[in-house]
Design a protein around this ligand. Structure first.
Ligand code: IPD
Ligand code: CA
Ligand code: CA
Length: 265
């Protein structure tokens, strides 16, 4: 582990690095270049690639013994659970960036020997830096985020990708919740849960970089974050993921696991 002083030094350094993106973003966005990856819906841009490359340079310069695991260029997973590891999604919600110029974020998670110790979700368009510091809680632009107040599903908005669930599960979630919304960036859908605006965000196949920051926010705020069997998620693997207010967590998992499960046949 590291001392409290070192933790705060790194926190301040990362905060400055994130704010430094403000100078870079306008020119990157005005010169937006978009490519497709696995399908026409799977996009990558010069913004994604430049941010991940810059974070690599930042680590090499200031923290050369820290490892990086990132969506675009950093896929080595052998030693991530030992020592200092950063997980980055340089742009989460790339489709939103391309189509709406809004509702995208940078996700960063810092782990020491597999334990999350610092986490950031930067909603650049709204200029909101969300962070969690192990033992100190969670903050938005320096203001404390209150721990979760338990609420039942009937009073909460839920968020999930409706393309990947069967109709029965979707209708049960719609009928039993207050309502449905999807932002389309896992980090920002999760932020709505972190701030108490949504009851839960569900992702049936999250990648490690989609959820690298959420572990610590959940830990600090008393939220549930597991797979659909109510087990912890390996931060190097990802997989089925729910982040939820504790008051509606069991109700949602009962729906996902009932009558043969949520998957399309
Ligand atoms: C995507 C977003 C989206 C989720 C996708 C992710 P990306 O991340 O988080 O909400 O449904 O599965 O791939 O590709 O924009 O970083
Ligand atoms: Ca992502
Ligand atoms: Ca991404």
């Amino acid at each position: 582990m590291i001392s409290e002083e070192q933790l705060h030094t790194i926190d301040n350094h990362i905060h400055d690095w994130l704010k430094g993106l403000d100078e870079l973003m306008p020119s990157l966005i005005s010169d937006l270049k978009t490519d497709t990856k696995s399908s026409r819906f799977d996009l990558v841009t010069n913004v994604d690639e430049t941010i991940e490359a810059r974070f690599e340079t930042f680590l090499k310069t200031h923290y050369p013994d820290h490892q990086l695991y990132g969506e675009e260029f950093h896929h080595q997973t052998d030693t991530l659970k030992t020592g200092h590891t950063w997980v980055i999604d340089p742009i989460d919600g790339t489709a939103n960036l391309v189509k709406q110029l809004n509702d995208f974020c940078v996700i960063l998670g810092y782990f020491i020997d597999g334990q999350p110790v610092l986490s950031y979700i930067y909603d650049y368009a709204r200029q909101h830096i969300y962070k969690a510091v192990r033992g100190y809680g969670a903050f938005v632009n320096g203001e404390k985020i209150e721990p979760a107040v338990s609420k039942p599903l009937k009073d909460m908005i839920v968020s999930f990708n409706n393309k990947v669930m069967n109709d029965q599960t979707i209708h049960a979630l719609l009928d039993q919740s207050f309502g449905y919304r999807l932002i389309g960036a896992c980090g920002l859908d999760s932020i709505r849960v972190i701030t108490g605006q949504f009851g839960a965000h569900i992702h049936t196949n999250a990648k490690p970089w989609d959820i690298g920051a959420q572990f610590l926010f959940a830990h600090e705020l008393g939220l549930k974050m597991t797979n659909f069997k109510r087990e912890g998620i390996d931060f190097t693997q990802g997989g089925p993921f729910i982040i939820s207010n504790p008051g509606c967590y069991d109700e949602i998992l009962d729906i996902l696991n009932s009558d043969g499960g949520y998957q399309k046949v």
